[in-house]
Design a binder for this molecule. Sequence first.
Ligand SMILES: Nc1nc2c(c(=O)[nH]1)N[C@H]1C(S)=C(S)[C@@H](COP(=O)(O)O)O[C@H]1N2
Ligand SMILES: [Mo]
Length: 315
Amino acid sequence: MPRYAYPRPSRREITPESLYRNRRRFLQQSALLGCGAALPGLWPGAAYAWKEALAEAPASAFSTDESLTSLDDITSYNNFYEFGTRKRDPSDWAHYLQTDPWSVRIEGEVGKPGEFPLDEIVRAAWLEERIYRLRCVEGWSMVIPWIGFELRELLEYHQPTADADYVALETLYDPDNLRGQRRGIIDWPYREGLRLDEAMHPLTLLAVGLYDKPMPNQNGAPIRLVVPWKYGFKSIKSIVKIRLQKERPVSSWEADAPEEYGFYANVNPNVDHPRWSQARERRIGESGRRETLLFNGYEEEVAHLYEGMDLEEHF
Ligand SMILES: Nc1nc2c(c(=O)[nH]1)N[C@H]1C(S)=C(S)[C@@H](COP(=O)(O)O)O[C@H]1N2
Ligand SMILES: [Mo]
């Protein structure tokens, strides 16, 4: 596992034990609050307490100072093929996505597999002060103030085994409500994958909100991945399953068009997509184009993950 030479946004080292203790403490607290009238304003219903607190999330040390894309653009120009392939389809149809109840299952090469309700996962992260706000360029088109916690916190809790080399993630499959899944746009459910060291990098977030709100449905409610140094499609939405495994997973886009979409998908101005140049990009809401930066500007933080690899071959 590589060493991280830069400041970590998290305040404390988290052991699985302390995470567990906090889960238990939080559950006790919730139970107390649930049966009394304690602090009604602060805890409007224990199940939703974390949603009310998102505005207080402190800034990540990795945030850019680029100006933010408007909430309106962030929520009306989306890729979420579960609702159709047009940019407006997600804002038109994502209200059908059922996000409550929601749980995330962790399985495969882990010492402690299991499925936890989303509320429990997020509230445990809140208690440990591990929720923060990362302002970064997403999908090379928008600058979004995400709110979330490091994927590695969740993975560490479940104790990856020595054979856990890769992480495979899956989106909800629910064709009754996700109308795009009634058509064979891709092989559903949407799948993505990361190498374990990429998944354990502190920049890799599980985001549960943006601006001061819980995640809008069209952006991948209630929990989605954010991998700031990769192209947008790696950031899988509405995650229900995370599997650790020995073999490299095949992502949906790779399965669909392997010559166009590689497993790594690192933002790289020097490697063109077969049908277009990737040297320049346009921010939504801006008129001109700008030079694309290697690893989306996070070269210092992530380049060591790919030392010795030919990035034209492993695109
Ligand atoms: N489940 C799922 N996740 C997905 C997609 C999708 O179609 N389905 N599209 C991807 C692509 S191509 C991009 S660019 C980003 C867009 O995220 P945004 O709409 O929040 O900007 O989500 C990614 N995650
Ligand atoms: Mo994308």
